[in-house]
Design a protein around this ligand. Structure first.
Ligand code: GLU
Length: 459
């Protein structure tokens, strides 16, 4: 009896849930029309709900833009929300039912675009927020996409390759008529990678009975992937850090960086920044942290992680408590993992000059207020981590042309877009006397609103 219960618990832990997840009804999205002070972003929310955090910034930026109420409603809500519950055969012979989401926030400027996340705590509100952020991000860097995001509730660390493949293929099949190069183009996000994208491309192609590489980006280079895509988010972070230092008149020499998260985004950001002369003094991971005031040798750390499977035990740094690393003095802090890392609980203790958001939604609106009072220069997520989707755009273009660029060309184009976008956001902030984050939202909303007005409402 005990072992059966233990088996069931272990199996359910793989799906991260015991019952169907709670779905926030669409009614809860209807905004409260209570008068709010116009002078600041609403912060009396459930602090760690990403949808509320996104909506609060959106509302504030939309009011600053004096967006009319109709357009405000159109842009505030996702166009389409898909929830699928689907069976998967597990390695032990059992059948488990998984839950997946795909939220397509906007198609105004082109096909919906955005990653797919595999994590035990994925929720509809989180995917809604991430989908909206994709719309704003694509508009900030001015690429012809709308925004979407997907998620499957599962713990990829506890699933075999075979189980992951079956989850991915079935999830893709459930969404098949909503995906496509001109409809919605997924990409990797937390818990998914190039292999996941290869399975999606193959499943979609099998259903269409023709190979369609441009249905997904972030694929392996041999399957229509773009050179430089894997490194692109980290590379883009380095470009905007360079721009921020130039803007603030600070030298690269002696610029201390702390990176939280050492996945694709954090590790590539650390690697490119170290190669450009920054001193990466701290790395905080989910299972441990490293500190070396002289600078951590990132290529050596990557080699250690490859053999040891963890950053812990690296000889070139001392062990440090990951949460505490965020509050060490540094010039640049880069949260590059997940949402809600900088909140009202730790923001007072931060000692960085620049906060460069590699993750989506790492800072809560309540924390923003404190950061502004402290004079921290924020490079907001929808600008800072846009290098990934920008290289995804290049991949989509290359797939459709059937002509592939050398890595240098990808990087040159990426540098140009990231630098220009940084300057656009800074100029917007100065012209409208707002913080960088609100400037990025305003710039993005302005662009999406303009396209929406031109297209008109098929209402
Ligand atoms: N998941 C990444 C992001 O949040 C990349 C999305 C994409 O390339 O479509 O920006």
């Amino acid at each position: 009896m005990l072992s059966v219960a233990a088996d069931v618990t272990a199996a359910l832990a793989k799906t991260g849930r015991q019952e169907l997840p709670q779905v926030t009804p669409i009614d809860s999205l209807v905004p409260v029309h209570a008068p709010r002070p116009d002078s600041s972003v609403q912060t009396n929310l459930q602090e760690t709900n990403p949808w509320e955090a996104q909506a609060a910034r959106f509302d504030f930026a939309a009011r600053k833009l004096q967006l009319d109420e109709g357009l405000w409603k159109v842009l505030r809500y996702p166009s389409r929300e898909l929830i699928v519950h689907f069976p998967v055969g597990m390695d032990d012979g059992s059948i488990q039912v998984f839950t997946g989401y795909r939220v397509q926030h906007s198609f105004a400027r082109g096909p919906a675009k955005g990653g797919i996340r595999y994590a035990p705590d994925v929720s509809l509100d989180e995917v809604r927020a991430l989908a909206s952020w994709m719309t704003w991000k694509c508009a900030v860097v001015n690429i012809p996409f709308g925004g979407a995001k997907g998620g499957v509730i599962c713990d990829p660390r506890r699933l075999s390759q075979g189980e992951l493949e079956r989850i991915t293929r079935r999830y893709t099949a459930e969404l098949i008529e909503f995906l496509g190069p001109e409809k919605d183009v997924p990409a990797p996000d937390a818990g998914t990678d190039e292999q996941t994208m290869a399975w999606i491309m193959d499943t979609y192609s099998m259903h269409l009975r023709q190979t369609v590489t441009s249905v997904v980006t972030g694929k392996p280079v041999g399957l229509g992937g773009s050179r430089g895509r894997r490194e692109a988010t980290g590379h883009g972070i380095a470009v905007v850090c360079d721009e921020a230092l130039r803007h603030l008149g600070m030298p690269v020499a002696g610029c201390r960086v702390v990176v939280q998260g050492f996945g694709n985004v954090g590790s590539n950001a650390a690697r490119v920044l170290a190669a450009r002369g920054y001193t990466v003094i701290g790395i905080a991971e989910y299972d441990g942290g490293l500190y070396n005031p002289q600078g951590i040798d990132i290529p050596a750390l990557l080699a250690h992680r490859k053999s040891a499977g963890t950053i812990n035990g690296f000889a070139g740094a001392t062990a440090a408590e990951p949460h505490e690393l965020l509050t060490r003095p540094c010039e640049i802090l880069i949260p590059a993992a997940t949402e809600n890392v900088i909140t009202s609980h730790n923001v007072e203790r931060l000692q960085c000059r620049i906060l460069c958001e590699g993750a989506n939604g790492p800072t809560t609106p309540a924390a923003d207020e404190v950061l502004a009072a402290k004079g921290v220069f924020i490079i907001p997520d929808i600008l800072a981590n846009a290098g990934g989707v920008t290289a995804s755009y290049f991949e989509w273009v290359q797939d459709r042309m059937g002509l592939f660029w050398p890595e240098d060309e990808v990087n040159q184009r990426l540098d140009a877009i990231m630098s220009q976008s940084f300057r656009d956001v800074i100029a917007y902030a100065a012209n409208h006397s707002v913080q960088n984050r609100i400037a990025a939202y305003m710039l993005a909303i302005d662009r999406v609103a303009a396209t929406t007005r031109q297209r008109g409402f098929y209402a």
